[in-house]
Ligand binder design. Sequence first.
Ligand code: SF4
Length: 463
Amino acid sequence: MLDDLIQDKCGVFGIWGDKNASERTFVGLHLLQHRGQEHCGIVSATKKKFYKKHCEGIVNEAFSNEDLRNLRGRAAIGHVKYTTQGSSSMVNAQPFLRHTKHGNIALAHNGEFANQNSLREMFEKEGHVFTTTSDTELPIHFYGLTDGNTIEEKMRDTFELLKPAYAIVMLTRNELMGIRDVSGVRPLVIGELSNGATIFASETVAFDAIGAKYIGEVEPGELVIVNDGGIRRVQLLERKERLSCVFEHIYFGRPDSFQFGSDVTNSVLRKELGAQLYREHPIEADVVTPMPDSSNDAALGFSEESYKNGKGTPFGFGIVRSHYIGRTFIEPTQALRDIGVTKKFNVNKSEVQGKSVVVVDDSIIRATTLKKLVKKIKHFGAKEVHVRVTSPPYKHACYLGINTPEKKRLIAHREGSVDGVRKFIGADSLGYLSKEGMLSNKYFKGMSYCTHCFDGVRKIRRS
Ligand code: SF4
């Protein structure tokens, strides 16, 4: 992933029943940092009071020890945010904490409601006032309106009109809840600490550093309620066709996370995508280099498969990424963006000079950075540069919670053919993994996935 212009919206975390709830949330959010770096926040609660802290930037720099001491209570939820919908102003930073007729409620959301525009319009016509530009206010408005008696009734009233995509953690004085949309688009997993505390997180990697055991997913349409009496699981909304975001496996999820019920981590799954890519687009070359870091495993899988089926192409780091630079997109001008790109990626001359080089990437979005890198690899003496991609051409903007450039800026849409993209990036050959090849991954375990960004099929309507 070269463009850094495709980002997951958010990561969420929640914990109930631990005296170090805010510290654990801090560590959990740090592990989910790859899912959003613009804002972060924690809301904690005692039986009497809620505490909150929101910041711009990354988790490690946002919270001091004193902040964490002040976030009291045995329950907390947290959020890391990358803005897709609504502005990036701090007013949209989550978790949201609001007072309703049912008491205080804190909520953190990963995803984007497909029908947000029509629902917002409906509320505004009735005179409701929104205090942010974020779609995450919608469930709070519904919750404030419900007259349900039990928490299940209140939650059904809150979510029954909201369309995917959402994976949400909510905190009241009496319970922590995790809920996931009826198609299971965005991930939400459940973990447990040895002291009995229950945890929700966007990815299992958040459990590893705090010593929690992975229990399983919050199922599509399921509400999981945690309080001092234990855990209650309720199938709140009728399940629909499962449409989990396949891009979580390809790119968003950490390589060391288990996602969507797979019993292997993303790293193993990506190696298999790389192997399938080789089977579909074999080539004899001198070195296979990944686009670091998100394509490391795929390039390894590509190289390993080449030894099974031919003379073999060794793996090498022909491109090196600096980890000490901010994301390129926040640079204000194209000129500064260009400088940012060259600072961020460098070509490792000894790995490419005089060689035929295969670059493996997980996706091509705008291709502006890839074009520069192909040129630089050739400038450093490569004989040929062949590009292989472990997903099909990305032609349609996501409307389910992933930030993507508008359609006309997607290179596969703009060029209209694989050869058009190849010419644009200046590669000697280009091969994309087929949709069928991607979905045939043996580790997907019969799960069904959203593939809208590749095929344009929109199974979840917007209104
Ligand atoms: S459109 Fe693409 S990025 Fe968006 S949810 Fe579907 S698979 Fe994921």
